[in-house]
Write a protein that binds this ligand. Structure first.
Ligand SMILES: NC(=O)c1ccc[n+]([C@@H]2O[C@H](COP(=O)([O-])OP(=O)(O)OC[C@H]3O[C@@H](n4cnc5c(N)ncnc54)[C@H](OP(=O)(O)O)[C@@H]3O)[C@@H](O)[C@H]2O)c1
Length: 301
């Protein structure tokens, strides 16, 4: 059908005018070099051009090496792919943020065998396990951002953004920073968890939303959404799979997705979204009962 969009090549425009692929490959939980190599090989073959990692995934180095070796196999250069990595701002009190950002960034570049990052995100608004009510979190993220702005101004990153920021964190952000506002907010987002006030806020500030946990928590064994009867019925109607329906629900609302998969068939499935949900189907899924965010970022001060 000619009017069915090919989301595999779609992109979203950031507020700095640059594009980000709408669909990317999440890499969390895959860290053994051989596994990372196979994942990258299968992902490039399936058409993925965005790879999402983080210092906290412990796979930057394996990912960098795999990309360096495999890009020529697919006649691709560094500029043909998009790398997102993240800064962990959970640092001991005796470390100065400017040094931390500089050092973390240089280590990420070295690990990823590159001299620039496409998208650099603050991993989370603060410390979840301890000190989540500490007022230090506010200054930690503010200092981190100012140092990320420097990297952006120096042309060492093409875009900067945040992750797991709630409306409260975004509002505070806009109040404290006037020069560059985040280009992306990467957050948990699925029919089971999709705070409307957050998407409205991001839309109104031209901040692209990118979803993680878009399969409803399959990565930690929560198969509820993938097994949901309504999702399965909609999938049958479109000759699609439940995972494709969940992913299309985000992409059709202009939300980027980075599903993680190691099984090659899942990779192909997740990028080949060659059908379109009706607005009624989107609405039905948007009205599923919501649960709490699986990571308690919202309560971080
Ligand atoms: N910013 C943050 O704080 C944050 C937090 C979480 C995740 N992330 C990012 O988001 C990415 C996505 O991770 P996630 O935790 O959100 O997991 P997810 O993508 O929601 O789920 C991944 C799990 O779903 C399975 N799966 C993938 N495709 C499937 C399909 N078509 N049908 C059935 N099962 C399928 C995978 O299985 P197999 O592995 O067996 O193929 C894996 O077990 C991460 O890799 C990471 O890059 C970021």
């Amino acid at each position: 059908m000619s009017d069915v969009p090919d989301f595999s090549k779609s992109s979203l425009m950031l507020n700095n005018g640059m594009d980000i692929p709408a669909i990317g490959m999440g890499t969390c939980g895959v860290w053994r070099p051989n596994d990372v190599y196979d994942m990258v090989d299968n992902a490039l073959k399936a058409g993925y051009r965005l790879f999402d990692t983080s210092t906290t995934h412990h796979n930057e180095q394996a990912l960098g090496h795999a990309l360096k070796e495999l890009l020529p196999k697919y006649n691709l250069n560094r500029d043909d792919i998009y790398i997102t990595t993240k800064l962990d701002i959970r640092i001991p009190d005796n470390i100065v943020m400017s040094e931390h950002v500089k050092n973390s960034f240089e280590i990420s570049l070295q690990n990823l065998c590159t001299d620039y990052i496409d998208l650099y995100l603050i991993q989370s608004p603060g410390v979840v396990a301890t000190h989540k009510h500490s007022s230090n979190n506010v200054s930690l993220r503010s200092d981190a951002w100012r140092n990320m702005e420097k990297l952006y101004d120096e042309g060492r990153v093409n875009a900067i953004g945040v992750s797991n920021y709630s409306v409260k964190h975004m509002r505070e952000f806009i109040a404290n920073h006037t020069s560059i506002i985040p280009m992306v907010n990467q957050v948990e987002w699925s029919p089971s968890y999709h705070p409307t006030n957050l998407i409205r806020f991001c839309e109104s500030h031209y901040i692209v939303m990118q979803a993680h946990t878009s399969l409803g928590g399959a990565s930690y064994g929560n198969m509820g959404l993938l097994r949901n009867t309504v999702v399965n019925n909609i999938a049958r109607h479109h000759s699609a799979t439940p995972a494709q329906v969940l992913l299309a629900w985000s992409v059709q609302q202009n939300i980027g997705i980075i599903p993680q998969a190691t099984y090659p068939q899942f990779m192909v499935e997740n990028i080949e979204l060659k059908f379109r949900l009706t607005s009624k189907e989107i609405e039905i899924m948007s009205n599923f009962e919501e649960r709490m965010c699986s990571t308690d970022f919202e309560t971080i001060r």
